[in-house]
Write a protein that binds this ligand. Structure first.
Ligand SMILES: [Zn+2]
Length: 140
């Protein structure tokens, strides 16, 4: 949603709040500011979140105070998209997924084996370790 005045709407839940922008410091802030978050309560199968470019689609409500490991994970994908471009990201992602399906004969293992997913998991885990216990920092 946007307001006619063009000024940021503090109730606009599709954008990361200032608190979240401070919290998710594992991706460049200019990227985090452009992110839009959508809620679609019917993502297929085991998926809880999905990222396309700067759009993050969530299958269920998450913490919106800067403490969501799922958002931290999806934000890594936003950075990957920004670095590789949609075509680069898509080709690399699908290519490694197809290779993984051939190796594993199971698409879920193949999915977990995709380098972009490995990177997102480990960066989100590192973010969580660094972030745990001080996620309610006073404003900077
Ligand atoms: Zn992922």
């Amino acid at each position: 949603m946007a307001t006619r005045s063009g000024s940021p709407d503090p109730t606009d839940r599709t954008r990361l709040s200032p608190t979240e922008l401070d919290a998710y410091d594992h991706i460049p802030r200019h990227l985090a500011k452009r992110v839009r978050i959508w809620s679609i309560p019917a993502l297929p199968g085991p998926f809880t979140g999905m990222t396309m470019g700067r759009h993050i689609v969530l299958g269920h409500p998450v913490d919106r105070t800067g403490g969501s490991t799922l958002l931290a994970h999806e934000l890594v994908h936003v950075r990957q998209w920004a670095e590789l471009g949609a075509v680069g990201f898509g080709l690399r992602y699908l290519g490694s997924f197809a290779g993984g399906v051939r190796r594993h004969h199971r698409w879920m293992s193949a999915y977990r084996d995709i380098p972009a997913e490995r990177e997102a998991r480990s960066e989100a885990a590192r973010w969580k370790r660094r972030h745990l216990g001080h996620h309610e920092r006073p404003g900077t």
